[in-house]
Design a protein around this ligand. Structure first.
Ligand SMILES: Nc1ncnc2c1ncn2[C@@H]1O[C@H](COP(=O)(O)OP(=O)(O)OP(=O)(O)O)[C@@H](O)[C@H]1O
Ligand SMILES: [Mg+2]
Length: 329
């Protein structure tokens, strides 16, 4: 079974071919145009997708040694994401599917972040997933495939959003998550105790207070002090975010009693988080699944594997498939 995955929900145009447990190609065209604006500009994103989607898909098929007619399914992210961006990938996938009579499979981008773990790990249930991406932060209990219960979610900013917004306050380039991560490696995480919002309460998250606290801290200390201690400040921010994430995950695992635990989304690339997770899983003898770095941030391999899982479950769509901007719950 060969599945083509297409991803265009935000600012990466991506295509990938998955077959029989293997990713045969994984092409990502990142849009650098947004960097000078300090965030994604939706209209520019959809135009850039439009320009690169044919070439990206072509490259993915060529690298996989596949023809369009070899495909058993075309999986496409149909939400959540930017409407204009989603429409480019979805319309392209529909056109390809209908012209060659290939089944079309709509894939939820956030589910795909989770199922990216099954590219490199054995498919197992039930599991608890900590999803930490640019737009979402949630804890999910999956009883079986695509049967998800939300245990907790962020009440304001997502973890990736917190890294990016705090990075902006610290004058770091967008997206700031990987930069803060790198700077943290040479810093002292105990340098300043930033707030750990809602750490003792339930399974919901809140990161906007941390962002405000960093803003006041920077205003109080001044530019020169911040520049001089940037590594320590970044490490202290990373400590605050990762400590909350780990504590909530621990609570969710305890509540559900699961043995299988996964982490997904762009922030799962964070080195401090990965280190803490490994330590925790080791201590508790848990089966921890974290994608390798290339499958943490947006990619089409995660769309292709989720498409393969859905087609296995006979969950196929037709041309009435619509894009959606936000998750329903
Ligand atoms: N090493 C890292 N440390 C911290 N954050 C990181 C790291 N690498 C990437 N990120 C963050 O991950 C986010 C991007 O992840 P992802 O691609 O999963 O998000 P998205 O697709 O924009 O949002 P969503 O998946 O919620 O729609 C950005 O906020 C980025 O700063
Ligand atoms: Mg994403």
């Amino acid at each position: 079974m060969k599945i083509l995955g297409i991803e265009s929900s935000c600012d990466e145009t991506a295509a990938s071919v998955y077959s029989e447990g293997k990713i045969l190609s994984n092409i990502i065209a990142s849009q650098v145009i947004h960097q000078k604006f300090g965030g994604v500009v939706p209209e520019l994103a959809s135009r850039a997708h439009h320009r690169s989607i044919v070439e990206t898909t072509d490259q993915a098929l060529t690298e996989a040694g596949a023809n369009i007619d070899d495909l058993d399914g075309i999986a496409v992210a149909n939400g959540p994401g930017l409407m204009g961006s989603l429409l480019v990938g979805l319309s392209f996938a529909k056109g390809l599917a209908v012209s060659r009579n290939i089944p079309l499979i709509g894939v939820n981008h956030i589910d795909a972040h989770m199922y990216a773990n099954f590219i490199e790990h054995k498919e197992v249930y039930p599991f608890v997933a900590l999803i930490v991406s640019g737009g979402h932060t949630r804890l999910v209990y999956a009883e079986k495939i695509l049967h998800h219960t939300i245990l907790g979610k962020t009440r304001d900013d997502a973890a990736g959003e917190a890294f990016d917004k705090i990075g902006k306050i610290l004058n770091l380039p967008y997206p700031a998550g990987p930069v803060v991560d790198k700077l943290s490696c040479d810093g002292d995480g105990t340098f300043h105790q930033f707030p750990r919002s809602m750490i003792d309460k339930g399974l919901d998250f809140s990161f906007s207070g941390l962002k405000t606290s960093v803003l006041y801290y920077v205003q109080e200390k001044g530019e020169r002090y911040v520049e001089k201690n940037l590594n320590h400040i970044c490490a202290s921010v990373s400590e605050a975010i990762t400590e909350v994430l780990i504590e909530k995950l621990k609570r969710a695992v305890k509540t559900t009693g699961v043995h299988h635990v996964m982490v997904a989304g762009g922030v799962s690339a964070n080195s401090m988080l990965r280190k803490k997770l490994l330590h925790y899983a080791d201590e508790m003898n848990l089966n921890l699944m974290i994608p390798s770095i290339q499958f943490c941030t947006d990619n089409a391999a995660m769309i292709a594997i989720t498409g393969a899982l859905k087609i296995r479950e006979n969950l196929v769509d037709d041309l009435s498939l619509r894009p959606f901007a936000k998750l329903q719950k």
